[in-house]
Write a protein that binds this ligand. Sequence first.
Ligand code: NDP
Length: 284
Amino acid sequence: MAEKCYRSEIIGLFGYPVDENPTVVPMEAAFKALNLNYRYNTMLVYPQDLETAVKSLKALHMKGTHITIPHKVTVIPYLDELTETASLIGAVNTVYEKDGKMIGENTDGKGFIKSLADEQIHIKDQKAVILGAGGAARAIAVELALAGIKELVIVNRTLSRGQELTDLINSKTNAHASFVLWGDCYEIPEDTYILVNCTSIGLYPDTNIPNIDYESLNQNLIVCDVIPNPLYTNFMAKAEERGCKILDGFSMLINQAAISFKLWTNVDAPIEIMKAAMMKENEI
Ligand code: NDP
């Protein structure tokens, strides 16, 4: 008879504020569905306690943790190693244990790339326009560049952030990036293949849409939103009205969680179960 084990493998979510983050719902649903003796714990970690919290990962023999606001950049000095992409992006959303080391990874952009692949969207040698230059934009721009996109246009309201991301892409990847300072209404260049809203505009309860010329969206354009809530943003509605193919931020969210799940468990995530759990939680 197998020995009984009363200890569970523990995964965390370190953030502040964090109480309203629902990631525990799809994660626990996935562990249960696969009968894995894992627990996902949402943990309030103040900035001044981040170093102690990261050290506790090893002390408590945890398999890893998700990292969310405001720790995605500040966690880096406390980790043993970073993956190549996390290092390029300069931010970590997932920590996992490997051979006794705590490794920092960023699965946000990888989740986005998986969403594209699921829809048979091929971005090699294409041109993308990215609205925003914050954390989500950095992750997506880097992953698009590594996946073979040819040209990136970074459109951002704040010059320093937009220029920094543009310089990063040009110096560290094979893609060519240019920067547009976002002042007036931005017209999408006709040869754009994919447009991604990486700003926080439209995140519940905000109902605004990015200030672009919606008349410039043509029906060959693929329009993506990183906003996971609401599922169907006003930005996506405007793009659909113009005949564009649309992709939501909810799929990206589930896909990034599924990639992290595999890093922690070494098992493929039950994506449909995770999606269903999240949709039930949101009463979609
Ligand atoms: P950041 O704060 O790092 O960046 C926000 C970006 O939005 C900046 O570029 C900012 O411009 C821009 N922005 C905000 N408001 C406006 C405005 N009114 N007009 C023009 N630009 C604006 O946030 P993150 O990148 O971390 O997150 C962005 C969004 O992505 C969030 O809503 C988050 O929920 C979502 N997200 C979704 C994920 C998913 O899996 N679906 C994963 C990660 C994030 P500026 O630089 O000028 O301030």
